[in-house]
Design a protein around this ligand. Structure first.
Ligand code: C5P
Length: 224
């Protein structure tokens, strides 16, 4: 019997990371934040002076990426350690997201990260969030969710998050960055962002986290 997987794909800021974290802790399952791997790779590349367009060097870096995910007290946050250094917050900036989306468009990089992602599939189950979890990495998942929200709503959420953390934020430029990243993720030739044919679509524009979590959890129970 295959180990069950629930995939949650969607654009940046749709809330998929939050929902995946909460769902994994509710079910007692493992969690894969696949976007973090692309963010980490872009981050490591910068540390090592590797250009974000050097596919061969990035492929090698991806194959040997020294990273650990350590569960935190709060189910929503795992501590992420890159080459011995905690980078949990450093990789969350919109600049790191843009770098991630640049390296994520390279086929050799995606191939190099494939096995690493599949290795997260351990008993009793896995909740995986990203862009191609349901379409490529775990195409046999029991439940596939495609979570979206309007770009304006997503920019607004990011904006509020940043202000809450006491960081500077500009709503108009956040919206521009989100639209640019959506465009790159949806229009690349390998594993573009799109719903799997058998995914359920949830638009969270008018929903809060609890409502989305309940909806996904109900769908998961139906497939038990
Ligand atoms: O989800 P997150 O915003 O952390 O992802 C950062 C970037 O990594 C995305 O914009 C996308 O380009 C890339 N990514 C991907 N495939 C995934 C997860 C993330 O291409 N499964």
């Amino acid at each position: 019997q295959a180990i069950p997987v629930i995939t949650i794909d969607g654009p940046g800021g749709s809330g998929k990371g939050t929902i995946a974290g909460l769902l994994a802790s509710r079910l007692g399952w493992n969690l894969l934040d696949s976007g973090a791997l692309y963010r980490l790779l872009a981050f490591a590349a910068q540390n090592h002076g590797v250009s974000l367009t050097n596919e061969e060097a990035l492929e090698a870096l991806a194959a040997h990426l020294d990273v650990q995910f350590v569960a935190g007290d709060d189910a929503r946050e795992q501590h992420i350690i890159l080459e011995g250094e905690e980078v949990t917050r450093a990789i969350r900036t919109e600049a790191a997201g843009a770098g991630a989306s640049q390296v994520a468009a390279l086929p050799a990089v995606r191939a190099a990260l494939l096995q690493r992602q599949r290795a997260f599939r351990e008993a009793p189950g896995l909740v995986a969030d990203g862009r191609d979890m349901g379409t490529v990495v775990f195409a046999d998942a029991q439940l596939k969710v495609y979570l979206t929200a309007s770009a304006e709503e997503r920019a607004g959420r990011r904006h509020r998050q940043l202000l809450e953390k006491g960081e500077a934020a500009n709503l108009a430029s956040l919206l521009d960055e989100i639209v640019a990243r959506d465009d790159r993720d949806m229009n690349r030739s390998v594993a573009p962002l799109r719903p799997a044919e058998d995914a359920i679509l949830i638009d969270s524009t008018q929903m809060d986290i609890e409502e989305v979590l309940e909806m996904v959890h109900k769908e998961a129970q139906k497939r038990d």
